[in-house]
Design a protein around this ligand. Structure first.
Ligand code: FES
Ligand code: MG
Length: 593
């Protein structure tokens, strides 16, 4: 439909700026400066929807840089439907480039985007997403402001190859580190191997946090069906950019808002899909954050309750073998959703951005490659979701039990009496620098029965929360064939790592969580069946340690930038989405008409 067809029945939000008969003076002021680069009064004042393109791509953000090109096709789609495109920058968040951690910038980009969406004459917005935190930052802002919004992901890179084998972005780093530690490659070989995994524009081609969050944006109903998995360089990527531009104009006329789509049912669908795709352990943090900003009750326990029993259907690295190109060719998110739907695991009535339900969108898409997107009856593993652990170490932490490999199972979980319980001696590191300094120190007496702990890595401690929980054993152990030890921590772990760590522990040590009381040498017992993780230290001793902590609080490094300090003063814990707590009360702040 064209703008003319709707004119009679709907006044647009942007007209309060550009065409407001009650305030001709202000209207003149608003219009005059937007004319200065060649727009006409007709474009601004004839009741055409003004559509923002929230641009996350830049030279600083290679994973999303492709959006600078895609935006041309988005504009054409917007124009085709009678809208006017206003492209603007979003604070960059490059996972691999930002110090001390890109996670620090998610909430900053969120705040900036909220301010733009609220304060400028926009009727709807296309959210360009890709690299890990860009997707949640954009969705969180859209949830808060509640302006019609649609996600356009940039798509994964083409598959990486090295000497005839697939190299997946991020995942290859873990292998390269082991090869380096074992002396099988040198520093130049390290770069060559790792760079082979990034052969084209796009975000990570593994099922890391980027592919996870873009798949989940689609599962939530916030992007066009089938769009998340299209590799960045494919022609379909430009096609879907065009269709996304067209669709957002219709969404404005239909007043289809994030709050209509982001319902409890949609979030439960996202949790189920996350298990089936082998999604990142960062997903609960980001999805819970989006839910909190749109006002839907969702917490970390829901991830086990809704997601744990779902099988892993997608054979992508790091859990499996393949990469983004195969995922797309096999049918992407709709094929996964359809397979889950056939077994009653998807709430089919959940509405999506195209105005149809997720059930209607996905019902006819079957897997084109049963090796890559497997059938429900022949999954890669059963129970692929997270379990949530609790105890005197923390109130909650998550673990992806499905990535526990045979070697690990044999070493730690093979007691016939209690097969899912392991006990060990804790070795505690105060964050990643301390770990790197001391991991090879023989006086720590790290052996096969050690459990590695890292603390001081949460939203307050690091700050922003670091992806550091999966720690490699000392070189001496690796040379003896021990490639992993159980790891526990109050930070995060890269979605491209397949380690079965216990992570996202909340509250973190810096917030007075139980981890702050742990000492090297303590015995720790982890019971995966009961969902518990405890230091085997008498309560009186723990009380004494707690008292010491009151006198000398857990050390937190000084903030290096103003934002670090500001965020630390108001950020919540990982289990609650690591959001800016005062922001949560601001919900649905734009009343569209
Ligand atoms: Fe940007 Fe993985 S580093 S998507
Ligand atoms: Mg990451």
């Amino acid at each position: 439909m064209t703008a003319e067809g709707h004119e009679a029945r709907k006044r647009l939000r942007s007209q309060d700026w550009f065409d407001n008969p009650d305030s001709p003076g202000m209207t003149a002021l608003y219009v005059e400066r937007y004319l200065n680069w060649g727009l006409t009064r007709d474009e601004l004042q004839s009741g055409r929807p003004i559509i923002g393109i929230a641009q996350t791509g830049s030279d600083l953000t290679p994973c999303n840089r492709h959006h600078l090109e895609l935006a041309h096709r988005v504009r054409e789609g917007i124009r085709e439907m009678g809208g006017i495109a206003f492209e603007f920058p979003v604070h960059p968040i490059q996972e691999t480039g930002k110090r001390p951690t890109a996670a620090l910038d998610r909430n900053l980009a969120y705040l900036g985007l909220v301010e733009v969406l609220y304060g400028y004459p926009l009727d709807g917005v296309v959210l360009t997403t890709g690299c890990d935190k860009t997707t949640p930052a954009c969705l969180m802002a859209a949830a808060t402001v509640n302006l019609p919004a649609i996600v356009l992901s940039g798509g994964p890179m083409l598959n990486g190859w090295f000497k005839g084998e697939r190299t997946g972005s991020g995942t290859i780093i873990w292998k390269a580190r082991e090869l380096l530690a074992a002396g099988e490659i040198d520093a130049a070989g390290f770069v060559e191997l790792v760079a082979s995994s990034a052969p084209s524009p796009g975000h990570c081609n593994t099922m890391g946090t980027a592919s996870t969050m873009n798949s989940l944006a689609e599962a939530l109903g916030m992007s066009l069906p089938g769009s998340a998995a299209i590799p960045a360089p494919h022609r379909d990527r430009g096609r879907v950019a065009y269709l996304t531009g067209k669709r957002i104009v219709e969404m404005v006329w239909d007043d289809l808002k994030p709050s209509d789509i982001l319902t409890r049912a949609a979030f439960e669908n996202a949790i189920v899909v996350n298990s089936a795709i082998g999604g990142s352990t960062n997903a609960p943090i980001h999805i819970n954050a989006i839910a909190r900003h749109v006002g839907v009750g969702l917490d970390v326990a829901d991830w086990e309750a809704v997601g744990h029993r779902v099988p892993l259907l997608v054979d992508l690295q790091p859990a499996g073998r393949f990469l983004g190109e195969e995922y797309h060719r096999a049918g992407g998110v709709p094929a996964v959703v359809n397979e889950l739907m056939r077994h009653g695991l998807i709430q089919e009535d959940a509405l999506t951005v195209n105005g149809r339900t997720i059930g209607a969108n996905c019902r006819d898409t079957v897997s084109e490659d049963a090796e890559v997107i497997r059938s429900f009856d022949d999954p890669l593993v059963q129970d692929a979701g997270f379990i949530v652990l609790t105890g005197n170490l923390f109130e909650s932490a998550i673990m992806k039990t499905s990535v526990i490999d045979d070697d690990f199972r044999k070493r730690y979980l093979s007691d016939p009496e209690q097969p899912n319980v392991f006990e060990g001696r804790a070795v505690v590191f105060e964050g990643p620098e301390d770990y790197h300094d001391r991991i090879d120190d023989p006086s720590l007496e790290i052996d096969e029965s050690t459990i590695l702990f890292t603390r001081g890595n949460g939203p307050l401690g690091y700050p922003g929360s670091a992806e550091v929980v999966n720690m490699q054993p000392p070189a001496a152990l690796i040379k003896r064939g021990v490639h992993s030890l159980p790891c526990v921590g109050d930070g995060r772990q890269s979605g491209t790592s397949g380690s079965p760590s216990i992570l996202n522990a909340s509250p973190e040590a810096a917030a007075g969580g139980g981890l702050a009381l742990l000492r090297t040498g303590d015995r720790v017992r982890i019971d995966l069946d009961a969902g518990t993780a405890d230091m085997l230290v008498p309560d009186e001793q723990l009380a004494e340690r707690r008292a010491t902590l009151r006198d000398t609080p857990f050390p937190v490094p000084e903030s290096q930038t103003p934002w670090q300090e500001i965020q630390r003063s108001m950020v919540g814990q990982l289990s609650d989405g690591m959001v800016l707590e005062p922001a949560v009360v601001y919900q649905r702040i734009v009343q569209t008409k």
